[in-house]
Design a protein. Structure first.
Length: 765
């Protein structure tokens, strides 16, 4: 019984060996085919090289024979006893005509003396000349011919594109010089048998193409001195063969080159690689076909054996699927009858099914009990999940409502604030009375406070809407600290505080406007909550980073408020601050944190209650040693820069437009203002001067916008006029559109000084 079982087992293993055999056969067949293809390719390439070498040598000999016919004819003419009776100028002219008929490539013959002076010239294209005494183009050729039987000159291009060569022969007294048109060599190379898709061409000693089946290549004066084929031939002791390169038309070819005997010319035979390797590809195709047929047969045999071996395993799988579906009475005894290892596996499978039936009976009650417990827990979790979902939705609605409120409020209030700021700037420039100036300064302070509040609201709404983008550049911290000292030192002095700013000449990577906003808010916050002592601003380098530090001697921040101070509308009601005016909305540090996150900076806070706080902004150092230049904040400098400029203003808000016109006219600018695009184009018809700057509002009514104004004015003048766009809209898509249009974008409200600086910057860029 055991022997019979072992016999069946050996038969099952033989099937697996059959699969291994088919795989081995396929691998050997593939290897054999690959070797056959490789050696066949090498043999084809060697045959091509041998054939092309023979063709190139034959072509060189044929070209040499062609030139020898001309040389012999010229020697025969030169050997006649010219100057003796019966061999005068008329007889020489007739002999020259006969030679030009025998050798059509000869287009002109000249008889010259040893100094290169012409005595007789016969040409196919002009009348004969007698004793002209003119010097020939190559007098050294005539002098050299006196010492040699025959001498060939260099090739040149007659009339700038016709390949030509001169040959001189000694005639006993002077020399006979023949001018040869080398275009006829094109017919010689065209007749050469180079195979399908092949051709021959000739290159002179300077690397210039002088003969080619396609005459246009020669007439275009193709310089081949730097081509791979020519470089290889010049450096080779003999001919090159089988060089893979590209033809003059850029096609891949196989090229063979050799020298023309008796000259410094090179003749090349080339054939398209695809045509030359056709036999190799045919051999490869047949080999691949045989490999495919053999591989298919091997795979077919392997698949057959695999299917026969997999049949009992599939029967076991179906029985297992029935048990998985819940039919624990399933058995494989009547399904599998292979009497091998699979039969043993079936017996074990049946025992497993029997044990599963027993376990199922004992576990059914426990499953019912646990199901009830899980159902109860699921109901509790579902109720809590609903509560959390409602809380999350409510929080999202509240946050969205807050963002909409900030955006709407800032949008509605920026327009009048923008007008007030512009009109106040114009008013200050016209006041002369000290009392009125003082009153205007107080109004300006109040307006600046309102602009700061609205600016904070605008920054929060832009940050929430994703409208604020960072423009990374090199920023000079020395410039930034100077700005901080000029801006905030007066406010610190009003509170009896001292603002100390330590100089720094480091350069960091960041957005200058956002960095100034962050530092300004930190200094403003320090001044606001400090009542005695002062505020210190400085920098400290840490390896590849820089810390901008703002120290104050204020009341400090309790640990429980360290994170809350960066939340919107949060303010610490420290002793003595509740009655203080101008504390703002509590948005400054929230803006600082969001801008720092936008720039990828780290913000660290340290504080001791009753002693003060320090805010550290960690920024990366720049690899550059030269920062970008910054405009002076001085209004007078901006006014001087704008003096005499021609500026176009387009704004449908009449009050805003008139206020800006008054301000610019005070700067001695030439101004044209209009409410729309068509109106400003009509106004500009009366001016011959091209505007220096376009200042336009974004929303102009009737569905028009400032981008149309910029585009049409630039198209009208056919000039890339600098442009500045102002808007109360916080849409995030405006900044990319303005950058694409090459225009600066400012968000209202904008103070007159800031607007003039922006105009100065637009004109300077």
């Amino acid at each position: 019984m055991n022997e019979s079982h072992n016999s069946v087992r050996r038969r099952s293993l033989s099937r697996r060996y059959a699969l291994w055999l088919s795989g081995t056969t396929l691998v050997l067949l593939t290897l054999s085919g690959a070797l056959e293809a490789f050696f066949g390719y090498q043999e084809s390439l060697a045959h091509i090289e041998t054939l092309q070498e023979a063709q190139a040598e034959g072509a060189a000999r044929e070209i040499a024979a062609y030139l020898a016919v001309i040389d012999n004819g010229l020697r025969d003419v030169a050997k006649l006893p010219w100057g003796r009776p019966g061999y005068g100028p008329n007889e020489r002219r007739e002999e020259f005509h006969r030679l030009m008929q025998v050798a059509p490539a000869v287009i002109e013959l000249q008889a010259v003396d040893g100094q290169g002076r012409e005595h007789l010239a016969v040409s196919k294209h002009s009348p004969s000349r007698y004793d002209s005494g003119a010097s020939i183009d190559e007098p050294e050729l005539a002098r050299a011919a006196l010492n040699k039987d025959l001498l060939r000159g260099r090739t040149f291009f007659r009339e700038g594109h016709l390949p030509t060569m001169r040959v001189a022969a000694f005639d006993g007294q002077g020399a006979v010089i023949a001018t040869i048109d080398l275009r006829l060599l094109g017919e010689v190379v065209s007749r050469m048998n180079t195979g399908e898709g092949g051709l021959a061409y000739i290159v002179d000693a300077a690397g210039m193409l002088i003969a080619h089946p396609q005459a246009t290549h020669v007439l275009s004066r193709r310089d081949l001195s730097e081509t791979d084929a020519l470089v290889r031939v010049k450096h080779a002791a003999s001919a090159i063969r089988g060089l893979s390169t590209h033809s003059l038309d850029g096609q891949p070819v196989i090229t063979t080159g050799t020298r023309v005997p008796g000259t410094e010319w090179l003749v090349f035979m080339e054939q398209r690689r695809s045509e030359a390797l056709k036999p190799a590809w045919a051999t490869l195709s047949r080999t691949l076909l045989l490999m495919a047929v053999g591989g298919a047969a091997a795979l077919g045999v392997g698949v057959t054996f695999a299917n026969r071996m997999a049949a009992p395993i599939l029967a076991l799988q179906r029985a297992a699927a029935r048990i998985t579906a819940g039919d624990l009475d399933a058995s494989v005894e009547t399904v599998v009858a292979t009497h091998d290892e699979i039969d043993d596996l079936a017996q074990d499978f049946n025992q497993m099914a029997s044990r599963l039936r027993d376990l199922y009976a004992s576990l059914e009650a426990k499953v019912t009990e646990r199901t009830a417990q899980l159902s109860e827990a699921r109901d509790v979790l579902a109720a809590r999940a609903d509560e959390l979902s409602e809380l999350k939705d409510e929080a999202e609605r509240a946050n969205a409502a807050k963002t909409r409120f900030l955006a709407a409020a800032s949008h509605d209030l920026r327009q009048p604030m923008h007008s007030i700021s512009l009109l106040l700037g114009v008013l200050q420039s016209r006041l002369t009375s000290p009392e009125h100036v003082a009153l205007a300064d107080k109004i300006q302070s109040s307006v600046a406070t309102m602009e700061s509040l609205f600016g904070n609201l605008l920054d929060i709404s832009k940050l929430d809407a994703g409208a604020m983008q960072a423009h990374t550049e090199d920023v000079d911290l020395g410039w930034l600290l100077h700005r901080l000292e000029q801006t905030w030192a007066p406010q610190a002095a009003e509170k009896g505080l001292r603002l100390r700013v330590r100089a720094c000449n480091l350069i960091v990577r960041g957005d200058a406007a956002l960095l100034e906003r962050i530092a300004g808010n930190l200094v403003a916050n320090a001044i606001r909550y400090t009542h005695r002592g002062g505020v210190l601003v400085g920098c400290r380098q840490r390896s590849s980073h820089v810390e901008l530090q703002v120290w104050d001697s204020g009341p400090g921040i309790e640990p429980r408020y360290r994170e809350a101070i960066f939340e919107e509308f949060f303010r610490i009601e420290a002793p003595g601050t509740s009655a203080e005016k101008g504390l703002g909305l509590g948005l400054g540090l929230s803006i600082v944190q969001r801008c720092a996150h936008l720039l990828g900076y780290s913000l660290i806070v340290s504080s001791r209650v009753g002693q003060g706080s320090v805010f550290r902004l960690v920024m990366p150092l720049s690899g550059s040693a030269t920062p970008l230049s910054r405009l002076s904040p001085c209004l007078t400098a901006s006014q001087q820069a704008l003096e005499g400029r021609f500026i176009v203003i387009v704004d449908d808000e009449r009050m805003n437009a008139q206020a800006l016109v008054d301000a610019l006219q005070a700067c001695r600018c030439h101004v044209v203002a209009a409410a729309g695009c068509d109106e400003v184009l009509a106004e500009l018809q009366q001016h011959l001067r091209v505007p220096d700057l376009i200042v336009t509002d974004y929303q102009l009514g009737s569905g028009r916008d400032g981008f149309e104004v910029i585009s049409r004015l630039r198209q009208h003048y056919d000039d890339d006029i600098p442009a500045l766009m102002v808007t109360a809209n916080t849409d995030a898509s405006l900044q990319p559109r303005a950058s694409a249009a090459g225009a600066r974008l400012l968000h209202k409200p904008i103070g007159l000084q800031r607007l003039l600086e922006a105009m100065h910057a637009s004109l300077a860029s």
